[in-house]
Design a protein around this ligand. Structure first.
Ligand code: G6P
Ligand code: ZN
Length: 565
């Protein structure tokens, strides 16, 4: 083996490398600038310091455009920074949940996830780099802040330019290199294997196979899973087609990962996964539909005729039925959690079952400490994320397997399960209005004005009326969170207007966009008896009040939201 020499390349900082809710996300052309990607990778390594020496890291992502050059860069820089081994998914393919799973299983230092999640991909669109820590979860604020500090000071990149990376990720197997006299290993793996094994330990695959294939007593439960040309395609084929006997022609779609996601927006919601919604509406033989985002951590659940399950309800239904899943039979069910803007349906389940309930800021990283402390088993977010403490990321495929387990155990369809749930608990009606790519200035001004408004002396107690309904403000604030485990504080996590009857209006700026500002308005009300009305109809008065209070149209010039979920 020839000895390769690392070199030092001089560089200077970029001022826009602050990681957002889920890592650094920018247009591909930004990452293509000279040393841009290199600087960020070296900054991650600088932030890790001595822990990096001799360590193993996992690398992979949703396979979007620019993944290959980014992986080659990581290989060269890692080798020069004394990393001893990289475990990389073949062709760079690794769903976000699968990265989390393997970090935990192999007990490695962490992972670098190459994804911009549900943002469009391809040369004109987004790329992203996210660091996950040894518990398998996204790096918490103290680490991402350290990385950001490093990006502002960086002067040098250590790399091994002579390390031959050409086609290295195309072939399974292990390559060893000698860099500066140290051994450096690159192992290319099939990233589905460990993940599929984990799912087999969590769920009863025999029962799920019987559900999908049908039995003497029960016709096949007809599913349609849409991978939206993202990374889950390979996992879906493996789990649903090969293991559970689903039909490759009728039960799955868009299962070949494409580096531009076929020019679609790989986000599983009613707007961007409309194609799936239409398929279920056209074909009423389908009992169930689900879609996943680009990197496989998000999910959308639909019933027959595209009956939509809002993610807040999905979380509550799963919370109410975990006993049918072997993993929870074995490990028990500890607490539940949701992000602040997520509707409070699960809180009612927690209260009934006597479980601890946590409300955290938006971002999956806030669940990690609670899980590590053994206080949280199941959590979710309105942003189409659901997951459990089997890993430290949300997990789209897990959510579908969990739903199918509930359906199998209850022998009921999706809509009936929801109706039964609402009859027991009442219904938290929820909708979210998104205004994407607004002018940053207008969006910031709107938030500042809202902040002033809710601080004004007479705001609490004020009543607002629209379409004949009146709501009185009980409390208003900008949400802050103190982590119960490490006491770290997250401030300014969204403006909340809480009304006397429990209804809520919440305003946040998205932390995951790559250009302009996305305003999100979350609208929720609770009804004990009247549970079967269309959510948009039920929430119309509150929506009007929400737009009125924020003067959103004035600040953004937008008449209509880009997306309604
Ligand atoms: C990512 C995170 C989620 C979070 C979501 C919020 O998907 O993994 O935990 O809920 O972003 O995105 P936003 O655009 O609202 O900041
Ligand atoms: Zn995602």
């Amino acid at each position: 083996m020839s000895v390769l020499q690392s070199v030092i390349v001089e560089t200077s900082p970029f001022d826009d490398q602050k990681p957002g809710t889920s890592g650094l996300r920018k247009k591909v052309k930004v990452f293509m600038q000279k040393n841009y990607t290199e600087n960020f990778i070296q900054s991650i390594f600088n932030a890790l310091g001595d822990k990096l020496k001799g360590a193993t890291l996992v690398v992979g992502g949703d396979g979007r455009y620019f993944s290959k050059p980014a992986i080659n860069t990581i290989i060269r820089i890692a080798s020069a920074n004394e990393v001893s081994k990289l475990i990389i998914g073949k062709l760079g393919i690794f769903s976000t949940p699968a990265v989390s799973a393997i970090i935990r299983e192999q007990q490695v230092l962490g992972g670098i996830v190459l994804t911009a999640s549900h943002n469009p991909g391809g040369i004109r669109n987004d790329f992203g780099i996210k660091y996950n820590i040894e518990n398998g979860g996204p790096a918490p604020d103290n680490i991402t802040n350290k990385i950001f500090e490093q990006t502002k000071q960086i002067t040098q990149i250590k790399t091994t330019p002579t390390l031959e990376t050409d086609r290295i990720i195309d072939i399974l197997g292990t390559s060893k290199f000698n860099v500066d006299g140290r051994e450096f290993t690159v192992e290319i793996i099939d990233s589905t294997i460990n993940y599929v094994n984990l799912m087999k330990q969590i769920f009863d695959f025999n029962k799920l196979r019987a559900l999908i294939r049908g039995t003497e007593d029960r016709p096949p439960f007809n599913i349609l899973l849409d991978s939206m040309n993202g990374v889950t395609g390979v996992y879906v084929r493996n789990i649903f087609v090969e293991e559970l006997g689903a039909s490759p022609d009728n039960n799955v779609r868009r299962v070949v990962p494409l580096d531009n996601f076929g020019e679609i927006h790989p986000d599983p919601n009613l707007t961007y996964a409309k194609d799936l919604v239409d398929k279920l509406k056209e074909n009423s033989t389908y009992d169930f539909g689900a879609a996943f985002d680009g990197d496989g951590d998000r999910n959308m659940i639909l019933g027959k005729n595209a009956f939509f399950v809002t993610p807040s309800d999905s979380l509550a239904v799963l919370a109410n039925n975990l006993e049918c899943i072997p993993y929870f039979q074995k490990n028990g069910v500890h607490g539940f959690a949701r992000s602040m803007p997520t509707a409070a349906a699960v809180d009612r389940v927690a209260a009934k079952l006597g479980k601890e309930m946590f409300e955290v800021p938006t971002g999956w990283k806030y669940f990690g400490n609670l899980m590590d402390a053994g206080r949280l088993s199941l959590c979710g977010e309105e942003s189409f994320g659901t997951g459990s403490d089997h890993i430290r990321e949300k997990d789209g495929l897990w959510a579908v397997l969990a739903w199918l387990s509930v359906i199998e155990a209850k022998n009921m369809g999706v809509e009936d399960i929801l109706k039964e749930h609402w009859t027991i608990y009442g219904r938290n009606y929820f909708t979210r209005y998104d205004y994407e790519e607004c002018e940053t200035e207008g969006a910031n001004q709107m938030m500042q004005r809202l902040e002033q408004l809710i601080a004004s002396a007479d705001f609490v107690g004020k009543s607002f009326t629209a379409s004949g309904k009146t709501y009185t403000v009980a409390k208003a604030d900008n949400f802050s969170y103190v982590d119960p485990i490490d006491n770290s504080v997250a401030k300014n996590q969204g403006i909340r207007v809480l009304f006397e009857d429990g209804s809520r209006l919440i305003y946040r700026l998205s932390g995951t966009g790559s250009s302009g500002a996305t305003i999100r308005v979350y609208i929720e009300c609770y009804e004990k008896e009247n549970v079967l009305t269309d959510a948009q109809v039920m929430l119309k008065p509150l929506v009007e009040i929400g737009l009125d209070i924020s003067q959103l149209k004035k600040f953004t010039g937008r008449e209509e939201p880009t997306v309604i979920t």
